[in-house]
Ligand binder design. Structure first.
Ligand SMILES: C=C(O[C@@H]1C=C(C(=O)O)C=C[C@H]1O)C(=O)O
Length: 332
């Protein structure tokens, strides 16, 4: 069983088997196995702030390794992997290549099903030397790499986040799975991202809106923002964007509940992360989220740029789904 916890203070020895650790601190660092498990650093906070650790754990024995620039830990059912691309003028080619190598590695190790991916892209809204926005350049390489690996763009894409960072380069981490059980979902009032029209870049972003891992009853919610159809809404209006983003999440959760017969609601988050473009908006977004999910849900906010320059915030998380015994047993 895979699990995740986010904390600033729990000593790592207090966790069981560790699949991987992500340190959101002042610097982006290449992943390594120095601690015996994959650790990667992503510049998501100011230097003076305490880093936050996201720790992926397993109840089973974990093996770790590295190949082709990808560092990983796996337990026979799930795999945590991570890589970093150094800062560059353009990312298309390096992204294409590393996504393709990732899919080959997952195939070779026997974890061919991507569940969830996080892509942290420095200077995400900057225009590169070729005149293309960094995010769009990244999306092009990602789509090409996945396509070359034979990924089914309409049914096989995992939940994901594509977000800014304060460091340089691109840091990616992901969860993959062995059995093929993950179920991917779209949002009823959003165009699937892989079908966004050309106006958003040469290749569409490759992700689903949510992925369910039935074995652990975890629902991975992709980065969600104030987008209806394919258009950003409430440009320049923080509360309007909060309202639309939260409504998008509510609608997605209702749709997943209906499709699976499980129960998942706004207070089902076991981990909630929000990205806020302007530092001065952070306290307000924190208040809005607390009102929505209550006092107990672990919540972290990060002041970074978001994939479209008009978006002011984005929300993602992991939720626990509840299934009745009847649904679990296939209704028999
Ligand atoms: C906010 C959106 O996209 C963001 C970018 C993603 C990506 O490129 O992987 C995934 C989810 C969000 O972090 C959106 O298109 O709705």
């Amino acid at each position: 069983m895979i699990d995740v916890a986010v904390s600033t203070d729990t000593p790592l020895r207090d966790y069981g088997g560790i699949l991987g650790v992500v340190e959101f601190g002042g610097q982006s660092r290449n992943p390594d196995l120095t601690a015996g498990y994959p650790t990667v650093g992503i510049a998501m906070r100011e230097q003076r702030e305490q880093p936050v650790r996201e720790v992926w754990t397993s109840a089973s024995e974990v093996t770790s390794g590295a190949r082709d620039g990808i560092v990983y830990g796996h337990d026979g059912t799930h795999l945590f992997g991570t890589f970093r691309l150094p800062g560059a003028e353009a990312y298309r080619e390096a992204t294409r290549s590393v996504y393709r190598r990732t899919m080959t590695l997952l195939h070779d190790l026997g974890y061919p099903h991507l569940v969830r991916m996080w892509n942290h892209i420095a200077d995400i809204n900057h225009t590169n030397a070729g005149g293309l926005e960094v995010y769009r350049d990244f999306c092009q390489g990602r789509a090409e790499g996945l396509e070359e690996a034979g990924t089914d763009m309409s049914a096989g894409l995992p939940a994901a986040t594509g977000i800014g960072s304060r460091g340089d380069g691109v840091v990616v981490y992901f969860i993959a799975e062995r059995s093929g059980a993950p179920l991917h979902f779209e949002n009823p009032r959003q165009v699937p991202a892989h079908r966004y029209p050309r106006e958003y870049g040469p290749r569409s972003p490759s992700f689903a809106r949510a992925t369910l891992l039935p074995s652990s009853e975890k629902l991975f919610l992709s980065g969600t923002a104030s987008i209806i159809g394919h258009r950003s809404t409430h440009v320049g209006d923080l509360d309007g964007q909060c309202d639309t983003t939260l409504e998008n999440i509510r609608l997605l959760l209702a749709s997943v509940s209906e499709k699976t017969g499980g129960k998942v609601e706004m207070d089902s988050f076991t981990m909630l992360k929000a990205y806020v473009r302007h530092e001065s908006d952070v306290p307000h977004v924190r208040r809005r989220l607390r009102e929505e999910v209550g006092p107990l849900v672990p919540l972290e906010l990060f002041n970074v740029d978001i994939c479209r320059s008009e978006l002011l915030l984005e929300i993602e998380g992991v939720l626990t789904m509840k299934f009745s015994d009847e649904v679990r047993g296939g209704g028999s």
